[in-house]
Structures are given as structure tokens and as C-alpha cells.
Design a binder for this molecule. Sequence first.
Ligand code: PLP
Length: 456
Amino acid sequence: MMKNDQLDQWDRENFFHPSTHLAKHARGETPARVVTGGSGVYIEDRDGTKLLDAFAGLYCVNVGYGRTEIADAIAAQAHELAYYHSYVGTGTEASITLAKMVIDRAPANMSKVYFGLGGSDANETNVKLLWYYNNVLGRPEKKKIISRWRGYHGSGLVTGSLTGLELFHKKFDLPLAQVVHTQAPYYFRRDDLDMSEADFVQDCVDKLQALIAREGPDTIAGFIGEPVLGTGGIVPPPQGYWDAIQAVLKEHDILLIADEVVTGFGRTGSMMGSTHYGMEPDIITIAKGLTSAYAPLSGSIVSDKVWRVLEQGTDEFGPIGHGWTYSAHPIGAAAGVANLKLIDDLNLIENNVSTGGYLRQRLNEELGDHPNVGDIRGVGMLAAIEFVEKKDGRQFFDPKTAVGPAVATGLASRGVIGRAMPQGDILGFAPPFCLSKDEADIIASATGAAVRDVFA
Ligand code: PLP
């Protein structure tokens, strides 16, 4: 590993980083970090700085860093057979085993899993499947997808449109016309502060019904939502939200895509977020936690109902015209099998309930009374703190003050990585599932100190 400035220079001259202020990075005005190693909940950079990664990369390294079981499975697969495709009924032991493991962990009505590379391409697949589904059923007008403001579903053309965050639309000519957005299930940010949680759920239902009436139910194929809003603010849904929304979707024959890229495989404290919230999706998106990011792999799990129509379609029109070279890549599949085994063997999901709950309790003890902390929330191994200028009347800061990023920077200087969520002053936590109570204490006290420092 080069320790001199050569690497820094090559980085600034050659590397187009995602989600980065490109000009500042190229000019060397923003700090860059070269990560060299990781173990448990910690990563290390080339300068020897050790950081507690309380966001598990991008909420994906769920089993923690440095798991030799997964590394060994990847190496063994690479030695045996690094690649073969999965077209025309071909598979490998790893991809077939993983498909079985995924379906075993999915809700009971799920039938098959199509494997992709990442969450964005999986959601592109899902939208295509809904279009195909309605074409096979002779309903060519039923194509639009409803998404929620503040939802995050990727950054492709359709998936960037599904995403309901300004930054991902601005100057990219998104959203595309086939995508329409409805209210986010974000009770803390309700317009009318006097509204009860139950009334707010009814308001979400009313707004959805109005949108469907405006567009015409015969033009709407699907509704996509994360069981827990993730990048839009780490917001568990208000009580009764999913039951109420699903009743509307059933009424209009609109299929539900549960985007479980973050919540899948344990993040909420249940194996699947859909089960946690009583959702009965027609399609489920999985990625991140499928391999704990040890190799890229995603999936679209389709229900019996959708599968039957896909079979009908291929009987009528021939083989499905959809596939990636790297679908079900054997190395990703081997990583997935080892990862899902590890989650079971180490009882990591149980730890999310106890240690995740403890983390939120400790954050509350540190900051519950702080005048600029408006909300502390989460579920399983997810937590968020939302900052306000004034608690009374829930007055938010002008985004230009960027207090969320300032707290995240202060936290990093204390050795802990949290994420300043992209819209609003929200500090997010999604640590690896192996987090211990001692490590939760470290996160909570560093966060307390960083927050008090920024607002002093
Ligand atoms: N869906 C959700 C809920 C996500 O959080 C993400 C990424 O954060 C995606 C989809 C997109 O996944 P990817 O970045 O792997 O394309």
C-alpha cells in the first residue's frame, strides 16, 4: 500500500466517485479516505485511523467486516469456477442453493428469485416484470408505478425516477413520466402538527386514493415502498400504515413491490421487513444484506401470482427477453450462501433486537433532552436522530446551515461513522448486526459529544 501522496493524486486525477462533489474532490478541497482493512464493526484507513463504522458501509456489511467464512467461500468458488452464466436454465450449485435459501426465508407466497447485481438493477427488473405482467394479461395501459416522496430505490433511469429525493432528480430530467409520487409515511414531518398518528395514516390513504383517481386505476401497475423508509430519513412507518395502504392497492388491483434492499435478511429484527410489518408483496427487492456486500448480488423475488403470469407469457411469446451477463454470478452466490448461514449460526438477527434497542435507549439518554434533537427513532439495527432549530413548533434548520453533515463530521473526528442523510438534518445509524453493547455505548457517547459540540 502506497503511503505517499501518489495515491491521493491518482484518485483526484482519475477516479469519478459516486455521490461526491466532483469539483471539490478534483480540486483537493474535500478530505479523501483510502480504506485498507476492516474487522467486526471497525474499518481502518491507510493512515492507521480506526473508525467504528456505525453505518456498515452503506447499510450493507450486515455480518461485519473480516468474516473469513465468506472470504473462504468466495475463494473456493473462484478456484472451482469463477464464472458461468445462468441463461437458458443453466446454474451452479451456489446459485441454486442460494435461490432455495432465499425462498425459504421469504414470505410464504413467494415463488422464485431472479438474481441481479445491485438494488438499482433489481428494481429495473421489477418494473419491467410489472409491464410484462400487464401486457400478458392484456392490459397495456396499466403501466405507471407509484412511489413515495423520500423513497430510495436506486439511481438508474426508472429507479432514479422511483427515488423520491430532490438530489437524484435535479438536472437529470427525472422523474420519467411513468412514475408518480405520493406522500411519505413520515409522521414527524407531517404538515399539521395537531394530527394524530391514526389521522396521518388516513391522510396518506386519502392522498393515495386521490392520486389513483386522478391518474386512473387502469393506468397504474404497481406501488413500490421500503418497509422502513431508508435513505429518505430512516423512518419506521406509522402504526397501521401498511395495512391501510395494502387495502387501497387491493381495491385497485395494483401490485406491491416491497423494496427490501435495506430491510431484507434481518435489519428490522425480523428476517424480512415485509413479515415484520404484515406486508404481502407481489415482488420483493433484495440486495445489500443478501451477501453483506462481500460480493455484488441482488434479487427480485416474485410471488406465485406473478410467476404464473410470467409462465403464461413465455408459453405465448417465447423465452423471457431479460437477463444480465452477471445474473446469479457464482462468486456472489457463494458469498450469499455463506453470509445467510452466518446470520443464522451467530443468531445475528436476535442481536439486532436487543443491541439495536439498547443503542436507541442510549441515544435517548444522551440526547433525548437536547433542545435541537427533535426525534430519535428506529427499529431493529436502525436508528436516526433528526435535528430541529426549535423543538417548539418543530422548526427545521435552513438546509444551507448543513448541521446534519456538521454533526457527522464531528462524529467521525471522534472515531465513529454515522451518515448525514441526504435530505434534512438527519444523522443515520445502521451498524453491522454484530454490534456489542460496549460498541453501542461508544456510538452513543461520541454522538452525544459531537451534537453538544456542534450546537454549543
Ligand atoms: N433500494 C433501496 C431501498 C436502497 O437503499 C438502495 C441503495 O441504497 C437501492 C435500492 C439501490 O441499490 P444499489 O445502490 O445497490 O443500486
